[in-house]
Design a protein around this ligand. Sequence first.
Ligand SMILES: [Zn+2]
Length: 417
Amino acid sequence: MRVLIIHASELATPIGTSARKGAAMRAVTIIKNAGVLIEDGVIRCVGPTADVLAAERALGPSPDTLTISAEGKTLTPGYVDSHTHFVYGGDRADEFVQRLEGVPYMEIMARGGGIASTTRATRNATEEELETVGLDRLKVMLRYGVTTVEGKSGYGLDEATELKQLEVMKRLSAVQPVEIVRTFMGAHATPAEYKGREDEFIDFMIYRVMPKVAEARLAEYVDIFCEKNVFDVAQARRYFEAAAKLGLQTRIHAEEIVNLGGAQLAAEMGSASADHLLQINDDGIRALAASNTIATLLPATAFCLREHYAPARRMIDSGCAVALASDYNPGSCHTQSIPLVISLAALYMAMTCEEILTALTLNGAASLKRADHIGSLEAGKQADLIIHACPTFRHVIYSVAENTVEAVFKNGRRKTQ
Ligand SMILES: [Zn+2]
């Protein structure tokens, strides 16, 4: 199957097969009157329309060419949402309203709310129920232009439910187009039955659950919530060492509320990503800048919690590779809106249009070790791309909290109208 997209007002893409760090995040290629030639799901040519038409002629005739004129439209790579918790049971709408009414989080927890309520609901949900809600959420992602998503377990906090969440994501991969990268996050919180015995709980995850995850190839990554009163750096180190022995890669929730030095641990241990980083300090920034660990920033969470934003400008200017993701989850950030993430990054994190594009595409792909085949529009890469209903990528940013996505191609196939 051949697809020819021509006469796009603009094509905007970072270039490369690895993360762009620091000032290199701004090196976005812009082509006017652009086209893309796709064959069998792979990009064959990207360039001015005339070049792409010539490349198509050189390939010889094809019986099933789909030609699309993208006049007045913008082409970008598909978005990579590299941090979500999209498979969960129940919801926390009541809790959200209580928070708006000023009820403190500790009191919400005392009433049985918070992560404990999602854990209860996820444990009680059947695989089929989780698959149904997961599928609905994936459809929303696709409408926002997300072609690859990372999804975490972590609402089971017991063996059966952690495995169930990962199994559901595996099944969802087979029935819809968004690629799902699975992360085991057994160390998301300590469940009531282990309260005060955090080390024992980490041991349970390391010795009982993680080996099963690895053996059944249910996840590529492990993740841990490294935070005051949750899990400390020593526990995270132990968890990561166990993961490395099992051939699993690591990512971390770090410096969200209190700075514990999780960013330095991630850099030291070669983690793929350190995420949140609202409280990162200069030592953490230096450590990430000197490493291959991506700094994944989640502004929609800061927005929903009315916290200040991660210091993206300082991090990029110091040489970090920054990615942006939604952190979609039922508690602290109940939104899948990539347009909101873009707007917050532009308006409150002082990121440039080019940095935002790189962060949502190539750097997100790099944080999932997929930058060799997705994250940019280049010959040889998988044809994951968005047609935006506006004439330049700057208009995508300018359309505050508006979805500009008109069509999405995954593996060279059109998935939305
Ligand atoms: Zn998270």
